[in-house]
Design a protein around this ligand. Sequence first.
Ligand code: DGL
Length: 277
Amino acid sequence: MPEIRPIGVFDSGYGGLTILKEIIQQLPGYDYLYMGDNARAPYGPRSFDTVYQYTLEAVHWFFSQGCELVVLACNTASAKALRTIQQRDLPHINPNKRVLGVIRPTTEVIGSYTKTGSVGILGTVGTVASESYPIEIAKFFPSVKVSQEACPMWVPLIENDEYDKAGADYFVKQHLQQILAKDPAIDTLLLGCTHYPLLLEKIKLFLPPGIQVVAQGEIVAKSLAHYLQRHPGLASHCTQNGKRIFYTTDATADFDAHATRFFGERIQSHHLEWSKK
Ligand code: DGL
């Protein structure tokens, strides 16, 4: 029996740290175990099956570390793997454990941000192709018009530290222009990839006035807080010592150097070797 049962937070790499930061802000007492699968990132361009296999492997690892609850802090994994894991895998692995994503909590509220009734979703190729956002938003806000734009260059720009340089301007402008051309009435743009908050300042710079940009961190954190309130049994199984543990499947020095920018604090990570797990 492991001594702590942290809440697991998973991403393909660094992006999930933008979500974890907000979760810790709202729920500081819990123990958290973060894992970024940097060695196999990016997930955005990968097939449904690959993202599902990688994510399931991650979920098994979190459970082996004592997690009762795992948050997929990655839109791509939430779009391509969550449903299958929840419906097909969890009942066999352990019906008492829970895996949550970031798309559902976001789609439950995003329609209330728009006055024009037009929302734009910026995401990875995988998230956009899954159609998860338009499908889920239609359930909660049937009259809201949803347009999507895949921004495949944005994650590489962020991961290669080019996101705040002049070279990034071209790709940021390009995708903003393209999504606004799809629906000029858009007044709410959702950053549907957990990496994108690092581009927030640049995105705001190139947008016409009157368009609000929404990052998911706070929304997901609030939703998790409500979830734990509604599931006191599960919540009581998650230990609360304020511990934060970080793992990466790639080099720890690299992870630690990048992670500070996403998390806002220095991090010392451990290495996870898939083949030796
Ligand atoms: N951060 C991930 C997301 O929210 C995408 C990064 C990647 O492509 O691996 O979708």
